[in-house]
Design a protein around this ligand. Structure first.
Ligand code: S3P
Length: 416
């Protein structure tokens, strides 16, 4: 994919639905009593993997564009579940199945099969779950077991791990308390409460009791992680408005970064839809200051770090991103792949054990981006190229379909 450089970039965008919320709306309704209609869903490959798994387990899931009809089944049949490239599918489903008296095998593509799965299996075993991994990785197996509630510390700031334990706790006897080291995205807690689960969240602690779920319609807001690419281009090249974006406070670390870097922006039309805060976000071209950020902020912007690194390359001075070691176990090792992307385009980025040091020079030359089939590297690379002097190409560019089908056509024609 060729990306041309632009001096100005701007316009109004409605980016696709939130990936985390779409996964949950499909998976939880597939495990509930009744029929639900989801609108604004993301028809990206990861969410289609969740839909296929839930079908294999016996639910009806019909995707028609951004609308989904789900007829749930509180009892699943034994199944092999192909989770494709999707960590959220594999980790949340392992938790959901742990307390549901089924035999299941969960497999994934080579990238997903290289990602750690004991982080989910270990806390689930504390509840009594029969979960096996293959040397810590997929294939993951789940067998029937009697689960008993207890206090579980996730040990890692991961919404996927937290959600897996919460979902298992729905099928456990008694009360389960889940504690995480730093608050992560809370879409699971919000949606399960709306579906009738006995669940209470206080800070980094969630208390859950065994519960049945009732189907609930969901309207999915646009994904702030997808909006981030357009907002970043606005900050670099012009005025951008992203409409109907989910602004759940556990997801808006990007706005704290904008504050720190001097990006001018405004939230407009703030409202709540299906228990999730939503707003339009307007960003104006700004002179960027360097960034210093650490672990506390990471969970609220973990998927945005590659594009934040691009912004740092366009700031004047040295930025330091630390406490982000989780990036090493994403779809690629994003500490290595982000640094390689910036350096290939003429940037100056030193990868560290838990982040980056980026010496911003207010420009990038351009060149060739190796996406390594990681959707967020491809899209961050596209932003970097659009704002670069010469532009360039992206290798394995179609991996953007994992989270953002139509990304390149939305980008096209909006810059001069
Ligand atoms: C997600 C949680 C995050 C994020 C991923 C989606 C979720 O992963 O990176 O894209 O939907 O719960 P971790 O839980 O591994 O941090």
């Amino acid at each position: 994919m060729k990306i041309a450089p632009c001096n100005t970039f701007g316009g109004e965008f409605t980016v696709p639905g939130d990936k985390s919320i779409t996964h949950r709306a499909v998976m939880f309704n597939a495990a509930a009593e009744g029929e639900a209609h989801i609108t604004g869903a993301l028809p990206g490959e990861d969410c289609l993997s969740t839909a296929a798994c839930m079908r294999a387990l016996g639910a009806t899931v019909e995707f028609g564009g951004t609308e989904v009809r789900v007829v749930g089944t509180p009892t699943f049949r034994d199944a092999d579940c192909d989770c494709g490239n999707s960590g959220t599918t594999m980790r949340l489903l392992t938790g959901l199945l742990a307390g549901r008296k089924v035999h299941a095998a969960l497999t994934g593509d080579p990238s997903l099969s290289a990602r750690p799965m004991e982080r989910v299996a270990r806390p689930l075993r504390e509840l009594g779950a029969a979960v096996g991994t293959t040397d810590g990785h997929a294939p993951v197996t789940v067998s029937p077991a009697r689960l008993r509630g207890c206090t579980v510390r996730t040990g890692v700031a991961s919404a996927q791990v937290k959600s897996a334990v919460i979902l298992a706790a729905l099928g456990a006897e008694g009360e389960t308390v889940v504690e995480e080291p730093i608050l992560t995205r809370d879409h699971t807690e919000r949606m399960l409460a709306a579906m009738g689960a006995d669940i209470r969240a206080e800070g980094t602690r969630v208390t859950v009791r065994g519960s049945a779920l009732h189907a609930a319609d969901v309207h999915v807001p646009s994904d702030i992680s997808s909006a981030a690419y357009f907002l970043a281009l606005g900050a670099l090249r012009g005025e951008v408005l992203c409409k109907n974006v989910g602004v759940n406070p556990t997801r808006t670390g990007l706005l704290r970064v904008f504050d720190e870097m001097g990006v001018r922006y405004a939230l407009e039309n703030e409202r709540t839809a299906c228990g999730e805060p939503v707003a339009d976000i307007r960003v104006f071209k700004s002179a960027l200051r360097p960034l210093r950020m650490g672990a506390e902020l990471v969970p609220s912007l973990v998927d945005e770090i590659p594009v934040i690194a691009v912004l740092c390359a366009f700031a004047e001075g040295e930025s330091v991103i630390a406490g982000a070691q989780e990036l090493k176990v994403k779809e690629s090792d994003r500490i290595a792949s982000t640094a390689a992307m910036l350096n290939a385009l003429g940037g100056d980025c030193t990868p560290t054990a838990d982040g980056f040091i980026i010496r911003g020079k207010k420009s990038l030359a351009g060149g060739r981006v190796r996406s390594l089939k990681d959707h967020r590297i491809a899209m961050s690379g596209a932003v970097a190229l659009a704002a670069s002097a010469r532009g360039g190409e992206i290798e394995d560019a179609d991996c953007v379909n994992i989270s953002f089908p139509g990304f390149y056509s939305m980008l096209e024609g909006k810059g001069e």
